[in-house]
Design a protein around this ligand. Structure first.
Ligand SMILES: NC(=O)c1ccc[n+]([C@@H]2O[C@H](COP(=O)([O-])OP(=O)(O)OC[C@H]3O[C@@H](n4cnc5c(N)ncnc54)[C@H](O)[C@@H]3O)[C@@H](O)[C@H]2O)c1
Ligand SMILES: [Zn+2]
Ligand SMILES: [Zn+2]
Length: 366
């Protein structure tokens, strides 16, 4: 079967034949319908974010269960599923305390590139090829731990469900789960790509009064308006901190969401919030990078800085919740998918993401 493999940072993906082994005990094989093209994978391609290589990339996706391993009774061939890039075991300290995105099992799979028994299901000849975040959705077939899937309503088109697997849960979740933005609040979203647009629509769902979108590209700001932004700021033309203050009575916003992963924009977003405000960092900065934030301001201004991994979601509750909101006409998924590419054109899809041409694009298998 065909899959897109990254052999080394800085190189294009190779679309080639990869062998996939049947699921082991507690695992599920999925025929992928669509995989989303997220900047976190581009960070891996660029070398800003490490992952064990070579790897079948892709951490956003949905598909149909093909086969189940021994002991798996909650899934059957034919089930429609969203793939979760953080499997959650339900038993570790983090799962038990309601923070499955921090699950020890899921983190182990992410950083080893191997499934729970310490081995990979992918190989090419004698070479082991790793899993990416336990998902590897840029592949016709993939194998996941049973803890890394959620069954969904088969009436939802799978290509729409795919983007719920990362962009939607991450962006909407940062607003409604991590920050718990309240009706009437003011918020800024810095970076209006696939994830940032979901933070914007999360703000609309939460009833925020002001949703201020900041980006350097006018096409992204136009998407932002469509997703519910009330104010648009092009940071390549004006000072975005001053512009946010101007839009919020001189005080700054109640919440800011940094959705780029740039140490400069994280520091800017900190300055965009009012005293007592909250900055939520969603963007993935290059590993080892440090942010310059005025130390006394943290105390004097009583500001809060929070990280948000996977939208602080309970993925097995939140994925179906997002799809129900979509079916009810309250969450935009159709408008998020600007382009569909076949697997053979995956490097073009990443080039379009680099240039900022798209809201989100997907690799379509079926
Ligand atoms: N926390 C998590 O769990 C999680 C999950 C998924 C993605 N992410 C991260 O979120 C970030 C966004 O991902 P995405 O897929 O939406 O990326 P994207 O490339 O689609 O969006 C990034 C946006 O930032 C804008 N931008 C770039 N530099 C800017 C600047 N200086 N000022 C203002 N805007 C600027 C770009 O024009 C683009 O619209 C990435 O860092 C990604 O790795 C985090
Ligand atoms: Zn992602
Ligand atoms: Zn766990």
């Amino acid at each position: 079967m065909k899959a897109a493999v990254l052999y080394a940072a800085g190189q294009p993906l190779q679309v080639e034949d990869v062998a996939v082994e049947d699921p082991h005990r507690g695992e599920v094989m999925v025929r992928v319908a669509a995989g989303g093209v997220c900047h976190s994978d581009l960070h891996v391609i660029n070398g800003d974010l490490t992952a064990p290589l070579p790897v079948v990339l892709g951490h956003e996706g949905a598909g149909v269960v093909e086969k189940v391993g021994e002991g798996v009774d909650e899934f059957r061939p034919g089930d429609h599923v969203v793939l979760l890039w953080r499997a959650s075991c339900g038993n570790c300290l983090y799962c038990l305390s309601g923070r499955p995105a921090l699950c020890e099992l899921g983190a182990g799979i992410r950083w080893s590139g191997r499934l729970a028994d310490g081995t990979s299901r992918f190989r090419r000849g004698d070479q082991e090829i790793r899993h990416h975040a336990g998902v590897s959705s840029f592949s016709e077939l993939t194998v996941l731990p049973r803890e890394g899937l959620v069954k969904i309503d088969p009436s939802v088109p799978l290509e729409k469900a795919a983007i719920v697997g990362c962009a939607v849960m991450t962006g909407v979740g940062a607003v409604i789960n991590t920050a718990r933005v309240e009706p009437g609040a003011s918020m800024v979203v810095v970076g209006c790509g696939g994830v940032g647009l979901n933070a914007i629509q999360g703000g609309a769902l939460a009833g925020a009064e002001k949703i201020i979108a900041v980006d350097v590209l006018d096409n992204k700001l136009e998407y932002a308006r469509q997703f519910g932004a009330t104010h648009l700021i092009n940071a390549s033309r004006v000072d975005p901190i001053e512009a946010v203050k101007e839009a919020t009575g001189g005080r700054g916003a109640d919440y800011a969401f940094e959705v780029i992963g740039n140490v400069k924009t994280i520091a800017q977003a900190y300055q965009m919030i009012r005293r007592g405000g909250t900055l939520v960092v969603v963007g993935v900065a290059p590993m080892g990078a440090e942010v310059a934030i005025n130390a006394s301001s943290i105390m004097l201004d009583e500001k809060t800085i929070r990280g948000s991994l996977y939208g602080s979601c309970q993925p097995k509750l939140d994925a179906p919740r997002m799809l129900n909101l979509y079916k009810a006409g309250k969450l935009k998924l159709d408008e998020l998918i600007s382009r569909e590419y076949p697997l053979e054109q995956i490097n073009d899809a990443f080039d379009a993401l680099r240039r900022g041409d798209v809201a989100r694009s997907i690799i379509r298998f079926m």
